[in-house]
Design a protein. Structure first.
Length: 91
């Protein structure tokens, strides 16, 4: 499950990116992994663990909504509904 967002700064033409994804770690918890920065740079990486997939998906959705409110636009969104249903059925 991934979301990739971008924002263009019209003043200087710089493109900022924000990537959010959900992955399961080796301990069985769900990690919301965020990376952000200026396009072409390595960016900053943060991980937040969640015990429940639903909580991680909710956090991803809230973060995506906050970013679109700040001028980011969703460039790519992959597998949120289909993968979430499959993972919930597997638990």
């Amino acid at each position: 499950m991934k979301v990739y967002l971008q924002r263009l700064n019209p003043g200087n033409g710089l493109i900022w990116f924000y990537s959010i994804q959900i992955q399961r770690d080796l301990l069985g918890r769900w990690q919301v992994i965020r990376e952000w920065g200026r396009a072409g740079s390595p960016g900053t990486l943060r991980q937040v663990p969640y015990d429940q997939l639903g909580d991680a998906v909710s956090a991803l959705g809230n973060l995506r909504d906050q970013l679109t409110g700040k001028g980011y636009r969703v460039v790519m969104q992959e597998g949120l509904k289909a993968k979430m249903a499959a993972m919930l059925n597997a638990e």
